[in-house]
Design a protein around this ligand. Sequence first.
Ligand code: NI
Length: 392
Amino acid sequence: MSTTLSNITGNLQAELLEYFLWFHKHPELSYAEFNTTKKIKEILTSLGIEIINTNLKTGLVAIVRAENNSAAAKKTVALRADIDALPVQEESGVSYASQTPGCMHACGHDFHITALLGAAKILHDKRGTLGGDVKLVFQPAEEASGGAVQVMETGALDDVSEIYGMHVGPESENGIIAISPGATFASTTLLKITIAGKGGHAAMPHLCIDPIVAAAQLIQAAQTIVSRSTNPADRVVVSFTHIEAGKTWNTIPPSAFIEGTIRTLGTEKAKQTAARLNDICKGIGIASGCTINLEERRDAPSTDNDPALCEQAAATARALGFRTEPFVPTMAGEDFAVYQEKIRGVFIGFGVESPHALHHPAFAAQTSELARAAELLAAIAEDALLSKTQRI
Ligand code: NI
């Protein structure tokens, strides 16, 4: 286990709070995190930490290289923070509110950036005793999706054997660590359904093929996927969120359009759910005479926390004096899961106690545990480098 670093936490807290306030005041949307990236780069460079060359336009990957380490024993682990903000007008009332109208760090990614910068500093200071290298992933575009895929495509994580990440949790007490094995964030699939019929006069439905009736039947029938075709012990959501058809009261339109999403804990269940929806589309297509096209696009797989690494990370947290609790699974998505498809990893929750949920305009993270969060991330990486934990 790592030695407790609390003696350095006081100074670090003041420094990290300053960073946090800057990031909170200067949020940037997915794929536009230019100033955020610049600021991260400046801080890392001033610490003497190497930035890896990649073709990322925003976001970056840095590395703390272990000294005094024989190449044969070397293991590389990664820590990841997401860096983008949301198109939300801040209403938190904090003195350090966003200075960009209509844009806010409403998902706490400013906290993630800051904690990872703090971890970088701690790890860099301890590079003489590290059991291997630590890669620091400042990932763009988690909210818009695709950011994790971009990072993976750079190849910068090809030699990484374990990856760890953290998300703030407003529902948890300040400084409490939420951690559970398996799936904690859902697989997300985007659905687009086009229903092509035949338009005409509302008074002559027999001469038309009505896509609105087919759309209504489809939405109703899809409700049976979860209620009748899914094991009640499984967690599955099918939601339709956007429907469009027609323009006026006396004309049957030629087509209808529906959008929605499938959320499942466990990636395999997403495929089964989409297959069932496809059957329903086919069946209603035949019954109604409409041509129904279902387009499904996987946005992110389900997170999949490695049980052995979870135990190890929880032990690290407890050794540092953190209280741990089970992570209550959510049907929200998180593209940390993209890394976990290739690299064993753990995604934990860090309590920041806010009465307002993530993405809410009044969300405000508690900041008193920033240095502790940094200390935890650093210790998780440090312990992971020393561990020989195998997949169980
Ligand atoms: Ni988030």
